[in-house]
Design a protein around this ligand. Structure first.
Ligand code: 5GP
Length: 141
């Protein structure tokens, strides 16, 4: 299968351009990390590259490296801030792979022993998400 072209109107491209808001937790020259608004666990956030790529399939090796290095940084912060016991990393590619937003992203989901991950697609409490984002940003910046 040929990877389709990047769509500059996807929601994460709009967040990167500042056209849509987000709860930012980390940013550097190559990546942005922000809270997922439909969290599958307390502190669920997303790391995206600033480079325009649809998913891992069309991302450059450098972009993949930047995203995963940032995901590691965010994961360490989440372990500390949320007193998590583990971290689940998720990354989906194309419709058949479970992808819904077509700008490359990695999910960083703090996990606690014995607690199942919540369902996908359920809007979270914005005040709680904002507060969790501020906690993470506080140790990352
Ligand atoms: P995926 O493409 O990895 O299957 O899912 C996209 C993820 O982006 C989902 O976890 C969803 O909750 C999240 N998401 C979708 N729209 C928005 C948005 O406008 N803002 C934020 N912060 N997250 C979003």
């Amino acid at each position: 299968m040929q990877t389709p072209a990047y769509d500059t109107d996807n929601i994460f491209a709009k967040i990167l351009r500042g056209e849509m808001p987000c709860f930012k937790v980390y940013e550097d020259d190559t990546v942005l990390a922000f809270m997922d608004i439909m969290p599958r666990g307390e502190g669920h956030c997303l790391v995206i590259p600033k480079a325009a790529c649809r998913n891992m399939l069309d991302a450059s090796p450098e972009t993949i490296s930047h995203v995963h290095q940032a995901a590691q940084k965010v994961a360490h912060a989440a372990l500390e801030v949320f007193r998590a016991d583990g971290i689940t990393i998720q990354q989906f590619n194309e419709d058949a792979g479970g992808q819904e937003v077509y700008h490359y992203h990695v999910h960083v989901i703090p996990r606690h022993e014995g607690k199942r991950m919540g369902p996908a697609g359920v809007m979270g409490d914005m005040e709680a998400i904002k507060a969790n984002g501020e906690k993470l940003a506080g140790v990352l910046n």
